[in-house]
Ligand binder design. Sequence first.
Ligand code: DGL
Length: 242
Amino acid sequence: MRSAATDPVGFFDSGRGGLCVLEAFKRRLPRERTIYLADTAHCPYGNKPPEEIVARAKALTQELLAHRCKLIVVACNTATAAAIDVLRATWPDVPFVGMEPAVKPAVLRSKSGIVGVLATAGTFGGRLYRETCARFAKKTRILACVADDWVTLVERGETTGPRAEAAVRAYVEPLLAAGADHLVLGCTHFPHLKPLIEQVAAGRAAVLDPSDAVARQAERLLAERGLLVPAEGASVAKESGI
Ligand code: DGL
């Protein structure tokens, strides 16, 4: 099946986390049509065995392809860690974009040489995270912090208020106390708590969210393949040879 520029871009996540990636994409490319699948019946992914995540990622991809998606964004760090290699091998003609914790920019900008990464157990257990740290964080101390209960909060829509603030403090304060001057959001649910995380870390650490970088990568791949929705009037001008 050949994709057309007017086909939609597909996104999936275990729940509402990946909506922040979708929003970043829509800000860059408001003309693109999109389909977002939230696998809430199987949420959370964070502590499920990789084989189970692979099976879910394949099922969701199949569904997005049935809707003719021209590119698929795996808007979930845990699913990227467990399944992106399998997805690319299973559908070699489909462009996939996955999540990558923003370890590299954090390491490059850190003055204290200590960086906190917040993600799920599944993401920390994956090859991608290990390789990224081995490649970019040779001289930096990386403090890995599993913050699974933030996923529950975000799924409940509880991103403000005393309970959310206490949950954010519980993970962020120890990272700050240990000297981290950058906090990497390595789970797509966490940017939903970014205002609160920034409030707690204010003046002590910068908070990095890779959503915009992922949206840029999706745009690059679409452009390379000539699959960006044409600007208004562009197809008319082409057809009429103007
Ligand atoms: N939003 C996902 C991630 O980026 C998964 C969170 C979960 O379901 O545990 O890792």
